[in-house]
Design a protein around this ligand. Structure first.
Ligand code: AMP
Length: 286
């Protein structure tokens, strides 16, 4: 890295856990479009798995990954060992307190996940020293926390967050999708459909301007109205066989609970089907 820096090359870094798909490759392509030297890391980080079974079952396809990276012209691949990333062991002595951002939604349902994620991202950034870090909005909460991490640690890297790539039917691409059986794969598209349903209902409320509506005595609160849509979606998902962990509409910047119809909003979901945990989100009005 130092030699590249001396040659004043600018580096674009894409951290991944492997089992690469087009979503991952889209991040590398974005880095290439900016004429950056591209680095991709593949490291299945043990400290961010709150469920040991999820860690054991995480797909590992290194040979295929390397072929994909070679074919798309990725310049450098970093395949570290656990020892290299955690020379002093995996215990996180001083986790950063990200506050509410890391304790809600994914943080609530996957205790310790964001501590492990922030730990590995910081370590990878210190080793690779990139100018740009590319991450996917698919992991919406993760990229908000990484932005905080960069700011807290005063790191001179610019975070670029890029849109979620989807399969033709709308399912967000994910390394975990290969674990879905045929029936579950067919049903999995409902997650995106329900996110779009909730987002469309809220867009309508925004157009009507709920505050004008709220002047009427029979009008319900914002939370009640939005809750009606998320409940409808949850019921439909449960009927299809999903175990829904959350389906919520939050402030798009802070993930805090909404207080005003004019806030920028994001709809986020986490649900299990066929024992596979999937997450997805859509920003309202996009
Ligand atoms: P992962 O290998 O799942 O840790 O993901 C590595 C990076 O790829 C993260 O920044 C993810 O947000 C991003 N990513 C994963 N899936 C997608 C997708 N479908 N579209 C765009 N980026 C993605």
């Amino acid at each position: 890295m130092k030699l590249l820096k001396k040659g004043s090359k600018r580096l674009g870094f894409v951290p991944t856990m492997g089992a690469l798909h087009e979503g991952h490759l889209s991040l590398l392509r974005a880095a290439k479009r900016r004429s950056l030297v591209t680095i991709c890391s593949i490291f299945v980080n043990p400290t961010q798995f709150n469920d040991p079974k999820d860690f054991e079952k995480y797909p590992i396809t290194t040979e295929q990954d390397l072929a994909k990276l070679r074919a798309m012209g990725c310049d450098l691949v970093f395949l570290p060992s656990v020892k290299e990333i955690y020379p002093a062991g995996t215990t996180n002595k001083k986790p950063i307190d990200f506050g509410f951002l890391a304790t809600t939604l994914e943080g609530e349902h996957r205790p310790g996940h964001f501590d492990g994620m922030a730990q590995v991202v910081e370590r990878l950034l210190r080793i690779t020293e990139p100018d740009y870090l590319f991450m996917g909005l698919k992991d919406y909460q993760q990229q908000l926390i990484v932005a905080q991490l960069i700011s807290y640690r005063n790191m001179g890297v610019k975070l670029v967050s890029l849109p979620t790539l989807r399969e033709k039917d709308g399912l967000a691409m994910s390394s975990r999708n290969v674990r879905l059986g045929k029936d579950a794969r067919r049903k999995a598209v409902s997650l995106h459909k329900e996110l779009n349903y909730v987002a469309a209902q809220i867009s309508t409320l925004k157009i009507q301007n709920l505050e004008a509506v709220s002047q009427k005595p029979e009008a319900k609160s914002l939370a009640d109205m939005i809750g009606k849509y998320t409940s409808t979606s949850k019921v439909r998902l449960v009927k299809k066989g999903f175990e829904v962990e959350y389906l919520e509409v939050r402030n798009a910047k802070t993930l805090s609970v909404l207080t005003n119809i004019r806030e920028k909003m994001v709809v986020l979901v986490a649900a299990k089907i066929d024992g596979v945990r999937l997450i997805d989100n859509v920003v309202v009005g996009k």
